[in-house]
Design a protein around this ligand. Sequence first.
Ligand code: PBG
Length: 313
Amino acid sequence: MRQLVRETQLNAGQLVLPLFARSGRKLRHPIAAMPGVFQLSPDELVREAARAHEAGVPAVLIFGIPDRKDARASGAYAANGIVQQAVRLLKKELPQLLVVTDICLCEYMEHGHCGLVQRDKDGARILNDPTLKLLARTAASHVQAGADIIAPSDMMDGRVRAIREELDRLGFTEIPIMAYAAKFASAFYGPFREAAESTPKFGDRRSYQMDPANAAEALREVALDIQEGADIVMVKPALAYLDIVQRVKEEFGYPTAAYAVSAEYSMVKAAAANGWIDERAVTLESLLSMRRAGADIIITYAAADVARWLKGS
Ligand code: PBG
């Protein structure tokens, strides 16, 4: 009865599991602030993806940690870069699994910023336009390795168009772009920066990520990304920004993703480890609220657990 009148459903089929790839074999390097999350060598990453896929999770989102970083993020678009290797192996071993790749340069830059940086006597500046070429090149090399969906998270202006044009030029007209359209400059990304080893060495990301106080601006950013060719729009973080999720879904009616980011996961894990909350109940309720707000897709580090819980095992 309750099921019949339920307005909102949460299904494993709506979940995306983020995974961190780094080179090596049989490597599972734990992330201290994210219990249950690891930096994985490609072989281990495939195992982790297979487990999630068996539980019903249809997609993974791949981040890479390169062996070496430089000032041009060359590891991001290297044909044999870590993401490219992981994607090739995933598509070979698990052809049914959807592989989404994160497009950003911060993990590959020695300074940890998401774009090219010019340093001068007044400090440092992000060079927006020259960064676009590198992002487009990165996206193309991910698709050439087999990626099914491209997810730019850098927040440079014009990146969706630059990536769309490059993919179309190469004949990849069918590859969708899931744009991190409303990405706030958030303290909730703290544990991710440990996981991806991408903490900026100087300054912060506030010149290219959005002020948490601004909702109308978020809608303008989403409109721009849609104009530039985004197929799916994302709001990030999720739980503290459900109003944005709701407004984006209502205003544009586009497929909308919510990213339950690293600290959303860490906070639940920490409180649960202390016996203060019920991990499963709190996680399911939080994800359900994202669905209620209008998210079609939920990206969460708990995806595999959630899929198993929903199955009742
Ligand atoms: C940027 C990127 C970040 C996250 C996803 N892509 C970090 C940032 O902008 O600092 C954060 C995800 C999370 O916290 O789980 N490459």
